[in-house]
Write a protein that binds this ligand. Structure first.
Ligand SMILES: Nc1nc2c(ncn2[C@@H]2O[C@H](COP(=O)(O)OP(=O)(O)O)[C@@H](O)[C@H]2O)c(=O)[nH]1
Ligand SMILES: [Mg+2]
Length: 439
């Protein structure tokens, strides 16, 4: 049986090789995607919703100038799949103390390794982390944990000749009374039988009541992931998923089935055997890989740039680095108004003004406010030619603007740097230029 990823990629390549894009071709693409998702056990309702969204956007949205309908449709498919997985990158939230996370998963998926990775990850974030080995089936399971965590200052709790529930309970008690923030429980992945394994998970869930159950899914097991997820979810409701072995050639399409079965989000991916080989899950990267769109970022960038409408004159001036200090600050201010040139600016590597999260944005805004004040305290001559600024002028300007001398120097530095960047951008990315000089 072809994997989800194979089916999706086939659907897309069929679509891209079609000679023209009309309703029929798009409908066929949608049908192929539906088939792929349904075979991956993705919920029918979700599949229908996704199809409707693709259909609607494929025909209603206008592709920006210079972008083919085909590219536009691919972008829509990609974005809708990302939506299915939750658009924002995942994060781990420690909402109470101690926060107990129980890891479940079939033997060999990388459960123990992932526990060590997450323990280490949280420890680095400043939490006091303790690990409980409640896997009584794998010989030397706690020894494996100890070795993985050797020298990291993360204790491993284990009891010989006790059952999983007892170990977990005593472990939690132990760490709780010692003021730990996060407790991770490793569990068995193999048992006398599948039934007894699930029975043990059910008992753990009932008696231990973890704050979060994390399911470990191995990227290399394909669509088995859906069945595994379902089985665990029935006895211990899964709250989040870790997808391991994403450093292998597997694309991890099975994880989508696990997400569909549990409604949980993927939080981390494992990218190797070492402790640091863990990353927060990024839906965009995952879908790009699933679709085999190695250059999806390139495509999206192309579309983003095409969506920018910049007056040619302005763009040319800017790229020649011909802008005054005043113009510079004015353009920075425009970023807030989302004027066209500001779009361009936000796409260019201007220090302090990259594509940024709101925090950084606020910081930049404050900076821009300061800079406006500084410019107002300058004379005409100084604005035209900042190179005449000596230390006594800088001092005067700073006093006038109510900022520090360092603020004034920073502005000049940033201005010069931006000019330089603009000039090098001119020589650099042809793609950017061709868009800007579009007739
Ligand atoms: N390449 C790769 N190997 C991994 C990853 N996570 C775990 N492994 C390996 O998978 C094997 C099983 O891991 P283990 O943690 O013992 O699995 P468990 O039985 O679920 O506890 C070990 O050889 C690990 O080194 C990963 O993200 N990438
Ligand atoms: Mg293990």
């Amino acid at each position: 049986m072809p994997s989800l990823s194979e089916m999706l990629r086939k659907a897309l390549s069929k679509f891209t090789s079609a000679s023209s894009v009309d309703k029929r071709v798009v409908e066929e693409l949608i049908r192929d995607i539906q088939r792929a998702l349904l075979m991956a056990d993705v919920n029918v309702e979700l599949v229908k919703k996704l199809s409707d969204n693709i259909r609607e956007r494929a025909f209603l949205e206008k592709a920006p100038p210079g972008i083919s309908r085909k590219d536009h449709v691919i972008k829509v498919v990609y974005e809708e799949l990302v939506k299915l997985l939750g658009e924002k990158p995942a994060k781990i939230e420690v909402t109470k103390k101690p926060y107990v996370i129980m890891m479940v998963g079939i033997q060999g998926t990388g459960k123990t390794t992932s526990i060590a990775k997450i323990a280490n990850y949280l420890k680095k974030k400043g939490y006091r982390v303790g690990v409980i080995c409640a896997d009584t089936y794998r010989p030397g399971a706690h020894e494996q944990l100890r070795q993985l965590l050797d020298g990291r200052g993360i204790p491993v709790f284990h009891l010989e000749k006790a059952d999983a529930v007892e170990i977990a309970r005593k472990g939690i008690e132990h760490f709780k009374s010692n003021g730990f923030d996060v407790i991770l429980i490793d569990t068995a992945g193999r048992h006398r039988s599948q039934e007894t394994l699930m029975e043990e998970m059910r008992m753990l869930q009932e008696k231990v009541k973890p704050d979060e159950v994390m399911l470990i899914i191995d990227a290399t097991i394909g669509q088995m992931a859906g069945a595994h997820a379902k089985a665990f979810h029935q006895v211990a409701p899964v709250g989040s998923i870790i997808l391991t072995k994403m450093d292998t050639s597997a694309r991890g399409g099975g994880a989508l089935s696990a997400v569909a079965e549990t409604g949980a989000r993927i939080k981390f991916i494992g990218t190797g055997e070492k402790l640091d080989d863990i990353e927060l899950f990024n839906p965009k990267g995952y879908v790009g890989r699933l679709l085999g769109l190695g250059d999806i970022e390139g495509l999206l960038e192309k579309i983003r740039l095409a969506e920018i409408e910049v007056s040619e004159e302005k763009a040319k001036e800017f790229l020649r680095g011909e802008f005054s200090l005043e113009e510079f600050v004015k353009q920075l201010k425009e970023v807030r108004k989302a004027g066209p040139l500001s779009k361009l600016l936000s796409r260019l590597p201007i220090p302090g003004l990259p594509e940024m999260p709101s925090d950084a944005f606020r910081e930049a805004e404050e900076k821009i406010e300061k800079w406006s004040a500084i410019i107002q305290s300058m004379t005409e001559d100084e604005r035209r030619d900042p190179s005449i600024l000596n230390s006594s002028r800088v001092r005067r300007i700073a006093r006038g603007a109510g900022v520090t001398e360092r603020d004034v120097k920073n502005l000049i530095k940033q201005y010069k740097l931006t000019k330089k960047l603009m000039k090098s951008a001119k020589r650099g990315p042809q793609r950017l230029l061709s868009k800007l000089y579009k007739p």
